[in-house]
Design a protein around this ligand. Sequence first.
Ligand code: HEM
Length: 127
Amino acid sequence: MFQSPYEAIGGEQVITKLVDAFYERVAKHPDLSPIFPKDLTETARKQKQFLTQYLGGPPLYTAEHGHPMLRARHLPFPITPTRAKAWLACMHEAMDEIGLNGPVRDELYQRLILTAQHMINTPEDER
Ligand code: HEM
């Protein structure tokens, strides 16, 4: 039958590598690190669960945390257009680092652009 994007990307192993490479960058990014916890272990664990289900794999995030309601969960953090761009840049670089290429990369990245834009909750000059 048809493969899910989760299978096409390479499943748990690739999601783990991608998320780890991503948060290494987030931790060092001057626009992002101030709003994230110092210890990103738990954040990364949740992001792996989320991206698994976002890509059509097992619904790990919902099983443990309930409905994602991502925009609501991001409201405590001032997410400006600059921070959304920075988030996407870290993801782009993480994809490059792990050698994720091809249609599944492009599809995922295009979807993430829309999701990241949806998370913006603060105008540029109010951070
Ligand atoms: C959590 C920032 C976009 C998925 C968080 C947290 C911050 C954050 C500060 C809290 C971390 C923690 O306390 O552990 C941002 C910024 C974004 C962004 C600045 C820029 C637009 C996204 C996108 C996704 C996403 C596009 C989905 C692909 C998540 C998930 C969590 C999270 C799943 C964990 C929620 C939970 O606590 O259960 N994000 N985020 N974020 N973010 Fe984002």
